[in-house]
Ligand binder design. Structure first.
Ligand SMILES: C[S@@+](CC[C@H](N)C(=O)[O-])C[C@H]1O[C@@H](n2cnc3c(N)ncnc32)[C@H](O)[C@@H]1O
Length: 197
C-alpha cells in the first residue's frame, strides 16, 4: 500500500525545523500531536538528535505513520501512541509539544482540550509549538487563507481558521505564555508558547 503523502509537509518542513531547533534546543522529549502522515516526524527527529520524538495521532493514521517510520527509521523517533484529544493523554510529563495544521481541523472544544492537555503534561518552562494559519483581529492574512476557511467549513462546520487572540487567551488561561510568533511560508505562523514556572 502507498504511504500517505502531504506536499505541504515537504514544502514547509525546512522552515519549521529552523524555528523548532531553536525553541526545542534544551528539550529532551517532544510529543507531536496529530502526526498525520508522519512526514514531519521523519524529517525533524534525525535533524534534532538531542530529542526523543514521540509521534501520536488517532488510530486511523497509525498505519501510515508506521510506513514512514519503517522507511526512515531514526534512533530517537518513536512509533505513534494513540492520542485522541477527546480523551486523557496516555503519557506522563514531557519537555515539549509540537502540533501542525490541527487547530483549524478540530472543533473549538478540542482546541481547548489541546491546551488543557499541554498544560497538564508539560514540564515547567516547557515549550509548545503550534504551526498553521491564523487570523489577526478577525481578519484573514491572505486571499488564499480566506478561501481555505470556506473550504474547511464546507467540509466540517466545526473546522475554522482560528483567531490568534482567542488562541493566546486559552493558552494564558492554562498557564502558557506566548514567547514568539514566527512568520512562515504560505501565510502560516509558528506560535511558540512557554509554560510559566
Ligand atoms: C490536517 S492534518 C495535519 C497532519 C500533520 N500534522 C501535517 O501537518 O500534515 C490534522 C491532524 O489532526 C488529527 N486529529 C483530528 N482529530 C483529532 C483528535 N480528536 N485527536 C487528535 N488528533 C486529531 C488528524 O488525525 C490529523 O493528523
Amino acid at each position: 500500500m502507498n504511504k500517505p503523502f502531504s506536499q505541504a509537509c515537504e514544502n514547509n518542513k525546512v522552515a519549521i525545523l529552523a524555528a523548532l531547533a531553536d525553541s526545542f534546543s534544551t528539550s529532551k522529549t517532544v510529543l507531536e500531536v496529530g502526526s498525520g502522515s508522519g512526514q514531519h516526524a521523519v524529517f525533524f527527529a534525525p535533524n534534532m538528535p538531542w530529542l526523543s520524538w514521540q509521534t501520536s495521532d488517532i488510530l486511523v493514521n497509525h498505519q501510515g505513520i508506521g510506513q514512514w517510520l519503517r522507511e526512515y527509521p531514526a534512533g530517537n523517533l518513536l512509533y505513534p501512541i494513540e492520542l485522541d484529544l477527546n480523551h486523557p493523554w496516555p503519557i506522563e510529563k514531557i519537555d515539549a509539544v509540537y502540533t501542525a495544521n490541527t487547530l483549524h481541523i478540530i472543533s473549538w472544544p478540542l482546541v481547548q482540550a489541546f491546551f488543557s492537555g499541554v498544560s497538564q503534561h508539560l514540564n515547567q518552562q516547557g515549550k509548545c509549538c503550534v504551526y498553521g494559519p491564523f487570523n489577526y483581529q478577525g481578519q484573514y492574512t491572505s486571499e488564499s487563507n480566506a478561501g481555505f476557511d470556506i473550504w474547511l467549513k464546507e467540509r466540517d462546520s466545526q473546522s475554522a481558521i482560528r483567531d490568534i487572540e482567542a488562541i493566546i487567551a486559552i493558552a494564558e488561561s492554562v498557564g502558557l505564555s506566548l514567547e514568539n510568533d514566527h512568520a512562515m511560508p504560505a501565510n502560516n505562523r509558528l506560535l511558540v508558547f512557554q509554560k510559566l514556572a
